[in-house]
Ligand binder design. Structure first.
Ligand code: NAG
Ligand code: NAG
Length: 212
C-alpha cells in the first residue's frame, strides 16, 4: 500500500527529468554550420552584382565576409586591398621576366615589359593611396564635404589604376605573339577584372552614402 505513491512519484520524476533533458538538447538544425545564414557572404554576393565580373568579385572577396559584415565601406576597402595585392604580384612577375627579356632579341617585347612594369608600379601607388584614404574615412573632423572629397580621391585613383593596367596590355599590341606576351596580358587581364570590380564597389558605396 505504501509503495504505490512513491513509485508514481519516481515515475513522474523520471518523466520530468527526461522532458527536461530533451529540452537541453540543442536543436540540430540551429547548430548546423552548413546553413550559416548571416555570415555576410549573402551581402557580398548581392554587392558583387553591381560589378562587371560578379563571379570573380565573389570568389576574391568571400573570405572577407566575417570582417566585412554588411558594411559597404569595409567591402570596398577589402576589394582595393585584393586588387593592390594582385597588382603587386603582377609587377613582380613582369620584373622577373623583364630581366630575361633584356638579354633577348625581341626589343619590342623588352620595351613593352619596361613600360608595363612602370604602369603596374603606378597602379600600385594609386591603390595604396586609395587604401590609405579609405582607412582615414571619418577620421578627425571629417564632415560631409570632407567625405565627398576623400571619396572622390579614391574614385580618381582607382580609375587611374585601371587605366594604367590597360596601358600595359595596350603596349603589347605590336609585340609578336609568344609566351611573354601571353603571360603578361593574361595576368594583366585578371588584375584588371579585380581592379574594375573594386572601382565599381567604391562607386556603389559612394552612391549609397549620397542617399536616395
Ligand atoms: C543580381 O541582379 C540580377 C538582375 O538585376 C537579379 O536578377 C539577381 O537576383 C541579383 N542577384 C543578387 C544575388 O542580388
Ligand atoms: C619572381 O622571381 C623570384 C625569384 O626567382 C621568385 O621567387 C618569385 O616567385 C617570382 N615572382 C613571380 C610573381 O613570378
Amino acid at each position: 500500500m505504501q509503495s504505490q505513491p512513491s513509485l508514481r512519484l519516481l515515475l513522474l520524476l523520471l518523466l520530468l527529468t527526461t522532458v527536461f533533458l530533451l529540452h537541453l538538447q540543442p536543436a540540430p538544425a540551429a547548430a548546423s554550420p552548413a546553413s550559416a545564414p548571416d555570415d555576410g557572404s549573402d551581402f557580398i554576393r548581392a554587392s558583387c552584382n553591381v560589378t562587371l565580373y560578379p563571379d570573380v568579385c565573389y570568389a576574391s572577396l568571400a573570405r572577407y565576409a566575417p570582417s566585412v559584415g554588411r558594411d559597404p565601406a569595409r567591402l570596398a576597402q577589402a576589394a582595393i586591398a585584393v586588387s593592390l595585392a594582385r597588382a603587386r604580384r603582377a609587377a613582380e612577375y613582369v620584373s622577373n621576366i623583364t630581366r630575361e627579356a633584356d638579354y633577348g632579341a625581341d626589343r619590342r617585347a623588352a620595351a613593352a615589359l619596361h613600360d608595363c612594369f612602370e604602369n603596374f608600379g603606378d597602379a600600385t601607388d594609386e591603390m595604396r593611396g586609395s587604401l590609405k584614404q579609405m582607412r582615414q574615412l571619418g577620421a578627425a573632423g571629417s564632415g560631409e564635404q570632407s567625405f565627398r572629397f576623400q571619396m572622390s580621391n579614391v574614385q580618381t585613383w582607382m580609375s587611374a589604376a585601371l587605366t594604367d593596367e590597360e596601358t600595359c596590355t595596350d603596349g603589347f599590341q605590336d609585340v609578336a605573339d609568344g609566351p611573354v606576351k601571353a603571360g603578361v596580358c593574361g595576368r594583366a587581364g585578371k588584375v584588371k577584372k579585380v581592379t574594375s570590380n573594386a572601382l565599381a564597389l567604391v562607386n556603389s558605396f559612394v552612391n549609397q552614402q549620397a542617399g536616395p
